[in-house]
Ligand binder design. Structure first.
Ligand code: C5P
Length: 294
């Protein structure tokens, strides 16, 4: 049964940060996008989005990340709403308020998470089922990471982002560090310099994900293929990696997405919190968060 919210009710959704535990580039497609194979997890930290349903689509920004978005022409929240409105006749939209906490252009899928949260809010406001194909289509039309963010739980991501296979992962404590250097995804992919039609790899078989040690062993054999080009664009990544690797209990240090956020995994949240305190104290200019992942 579809339940509509009462009129004037503000609806709220979390927009959790996405972390690519691995990211392999398998080739470049004829349409210019890259085929990927990525293991995606979601963090306990993220943005927050609220919607007051109504007839006029609008977006207000607040939170520490709001100034970084103020000059932006077209936020992904609005693009997602328009993409859904184009597919659902008579869609009720309304006034969104985005509390921006995640760094932008950071490889954490913040904008994609916001777009996915907007689609979930619009689904609730309009009584759409969560598995309505039009939500997925609007997600992919908004951006390659939006389908995974719409799913919102750990998964394997394939294609350019549209092939989502659920995969339950054990939970880790994690530290996310962004050196406050914005890196544009398009620049990182461009630096790979793959000609359209190039194939360069096959997806590895699914990991042994049931136990933490099994997953870690698999992750250590995997990479983020976007790290080398991102490091060329943001050399500070070397310092971020060294700072995380020096923390007690760090099991794995990698970059997420197209960077420049790096993450380290720990056995539990207490170890992650202790590590985050040390990194933040030594690098007050960096964005440092301890969180749960999985
Ligand atoms: O899909 P989205 O707009 O988020 O992608 C931003 C840019 O990143 C694309 O224009 C493309 O250059 C690159 N990209 C890619 N292959 C992907 C995802 C993104 O080449 N799978």
């Amino acid at each position: 049964m579809v339940v509509h919210p009462p009129p004037n009710a503000v609806l709220r959704e979390r927009a959790p940060a996405k972390v690519n535990l691995t990211l392999r580039v398998l080739g470049r497609r004829a349409d210019g996008y890259h085929d990927l194979s990525s293991l995606v997890a979601f963090a306990g930290v993220g943005d927050r989005l609220a919607l007051l349903p109504g007839t006029e689509l609008a977006l207000a920004l607040e939170g520490p990340g709001a100034p970084a978005l103020a000059g932006e022409g077209d936020n992904l929240v609005l693009r997602a709403a328009r993409a859904l409105a184009a597919r659902v006749p008579g869609l009720v939209t309304g006034r969104f308020t985005l509390a921006k906490r995640l760094p932008v252009a950071a490889g954490l899928g913040g904008g994609s998470a916001d777009a996915a949260a907007a689609l979930r809010l619009l689904a609730r406001a309009n009584g759409l089922e969560t598995d309505d194909d039009r939500l997925f289509e609007a997600a992919l039309a908004t951006g390659s990471d939006v389908p995974a963010c719409l799913y919102g739980r750990s998964c394997r991501m394939g294609g350019r982002g549209e092939a989502i296979t659920p995969l339950a992962l054990p939970r880790f404590g994690a530290v996310l560090v962004n050196p406050r250097v914005a890196v544009a995804t398009v620049d990182v992919f461009r630096a790979l310099a793959l000609a359209p039609g190039t194939r360069c790899g096959e997806a590895a078989p699914a990991p042994e994900a049931a136990s933490r040690s099994g997953l870690l062993a698999w992750l250590r054999t995997e990479l983020n293929d976007l790290e080398p080009p991102a490091r060329a664009l943001a050399p500070v990544l070397g310092a971020v990696e060294r700072a995380l690797e020096a923390t007690s209990g760090a099991r794995l240090v990698r970059m997420s997405g197209s960077g420049a956020t790096m993450f380290a995994l720990y056995d539990d949240c207490r170890a992650a919190a202790a590590a985050a305190r040390i990194v933040a104290a030594a690098h007050p200019g960096w964005w440092v968060k301890s969180t749960v992942l999985g």
